[in-house]
Write a protein that binds this ligand. Structure first.
Ligand SMILES: O=C(O)C1=C[C@@H](OP(=O)(O)O)[C@@H](O)[C@H](O)C1
Ligand SMILES: C=C(OP(=O)(O)O)C(=O)O
Length: 503
């Protein structure tokens, strides 16, 4: 994969286009679907017949030359400038890859190439999973939950999905695994998931602070018929438990202890599990809501992933901000990805949205409307996008119910506050949200907090106001490595103003 020229810069300056931004863009595959599909494919049982024409591994054609994966070595996380080193996309030669046995494989089309998916591929490979990559098609030889490497050091990088989905998938099998994450991910909570796994009989010893990566996981299979997990910190704990639950020897009911943030991600999990042949029952009784999963085997499948609705959001916002017109040619607004709901906010702000068959187009208004409050509980990855749009509205915009984003890649509410403060824009912080009051914007150099969504959202402001610089633009590689090239292609000027010594 050709590396984007802006990834290695120390800082970039953005130059607004003299014209409204117009264009058709094709967005890469969904991060959330990519990491789910890779893990479910890895869990699939090669002895179960696929519903489609899944090919044996020998006949797949993994183009090894095309392949680059994150350097998942644990040593990476101790490099001084860890924010950069942790996400390095190093080329790892797979020329001597040996072919799997005669079992059947899964084929995942439309895979997103980004740090999160490369960490996922690297982690699965360190567990002995056979993976071939040919462009955006990835071939995975499943293990049926019986990992080939029963003792392994696994690195999950800064990927929340991988870091929360993999431990249950390991715990459901057997073996001893040392799990490490990037410095950033090691500050994001994993305690509620670990507690649930311990309640199911997994022995887990933290290596650093309790409740956080790194830890050693001694897997012994799931024991017990019921487990509780809180939903108010992250929906990813529940998604991880759900994906692993069919591997248990007996039925398992997973109950949600309290409010569930971003519930649509659970629906994404369940629908992909269904594609791989596993059904889950919903439970709603006097004890609350939950899911009952009976023992089942995932079958190898051929699946095609949708474009990433979260990334598409930045392009919809660019049209809205510049009185432009941008069509995302490969995303249907009927997607079940939660972030598509940004379109409703854009309509509320005066944009016109055209929902086509397989595509979605946004036309920006003369003036964005403000003067409202919106809950982003269900699609909080767009909170900073809405924060950036609000800067240009005709009245204050309040975003509520997103307290959990303080525990994402950065404390996102505080990060937005720091950026807007530097730009001279007034923002009031609440524990679980914020209000942006539009005003004059002064050009400034902004820190991006090693958070791809801070960088991409602040780039939206730079697409309108001259003189905005972003530090560490490479952090976008977590989910959209070619973000700056993409916005340049539709007319936003991007200039490297400071290089890293080695680039
Ligand atoms: O399951 C998923 O794919 C995701 C769940 C959400 O995380 P939380 O539930 O931790 O907020 C979301 O923010 C993240 O980008 C992707
Ligand atoms: C929160 C995010 O990522 P994750 O939790 O998957 O690391 C995100 O992509 O905004």
């Amino acid at each position: 994969m050709e590396s984007d020229p802006f990834l290695k810069a120390k800082a970039v300056r953005l130059h607004p286009s003299a014209y409204p931004l117009q264009g058709d863009v094709e967005i890469s595959g969904s991060k959330s679907l990519t990491n789910r599909a890779l893990i479910l494919a890895a869990l699939s049982d090669p002895t179960v017949l696929a519903s489609t024409d899944t090919t044996p591994f020998e006949n797949a054609n993994p183009d090894v030359a095309d392949r680059s994966v994150a350097d998942s070595s644990v040593a990476d996380s101790s490099v001084a400038d860890s924010s950069v080193a942790d996400r390095s996309v190093a080329d790892r030669s797979v020329a001597d890859r040996s072919v799997a046995d005669s079992g059947r494989v899964s084929v995942v089309h439309g895979v997103l190439h980004c740090d999160d998916s490369h960490w996922c591929i690297g982690a699965l490979e360190s567990l002995g999973i056979q993976i071939g990559v040919n462009g955006t098609t990835v071939t995975v030889g499943g293990c049926g939950g019986r990992w080939a490497n029963q003792e392994a050091a696994v690195f999950t990088g800064s990927s929340g999905t991988l870091s929360r989905f993999l431990p249950p998938a390991l715990a459901a099998g057997t073996g001893t695994y040392t799990l490490r994450a990037s410095e950033q991910m090691s500050k994001r909570p994993v305690g509620p998931l670990v507690d649930a796994l311990r309640a199911l009989g997994t022995d887990i010893q933290y290596l650093g602070s309790d409740g956080y990566y790194p830890f050693v996981l001694n897997a012994r299979g799931f024991h017990g018929s019921e487990v509780q997990v809180p939903g108010n910190v992250s929906s990813q704990y529940l998604s991880g438990l759900l994906m692993a639950a069919p591997l248990a020897q007996s039925p398992l009911t997973i109950r949600i202890e309290n409010d569930l943030v971003q519930p649509a991600y659970i629906d994404l999990t369940l629908s992909l599990m269904r594609e791989f042949g596993v059904e889950v029952d919903r439970v709603a009784d006097e004890r609350g809501i939950g899911f009952r999963v009976s023992p089942q085997r995932y079958r190898p499948e051929t699946v095609t992933l949708e474009a990433d609705a979260s990334t598409a959001g930045y392009f919809f916002a660019l049209a809205a901000l510049t009185r432009g017109r941008i069509r995302v040619v490969n995303l249907d607004a009927r997607t079940t990805q939660p972030d598509i709901a940004l379109l409703d906010v854009l309509e509320r702000m005066g944009a016109r949205v055209v929902r086509g068959a397989g595509w979605t187009e946004v036309h920006g208004p003369q003036q964005l409307r403000g003067g409202f409050s919106v809950s982003l509980h269900e699609f909080s990855d767009q909170a900073l996008t809405v924060g950036a749009l609000a800067v240009f509205a005709d009245g204050p915009v309040t975003v509520t119910d997103v307290g959990h984003i303080r525990k994402h890649e950065s404390d996102r509410i505080a990060a937005l506050h720091a950026c807007l403060e530097r730009l001279g824009v007034q923002m009031t912080e609440m524990e679980d949200g914020f209000t942006v009051t539009p005003g004059l914007v002064s050009p400034a150099r902004l820190a991006t907090f090693d958070d791809h969504r801070v960088a991409m959202s602040m780039a939206l402001i730079g697409a309108v106001i001259p003189g905005i610089e972003l530090e560490d633009p490479g952090c976008v590689s977590k989910t959209c490595p070619d973000f700056f090239s993409r916005i340049q292609n539709i007319g936003v000027g991007v200039e490297v103003v400071e290089r890293r010594p080695s680039s």
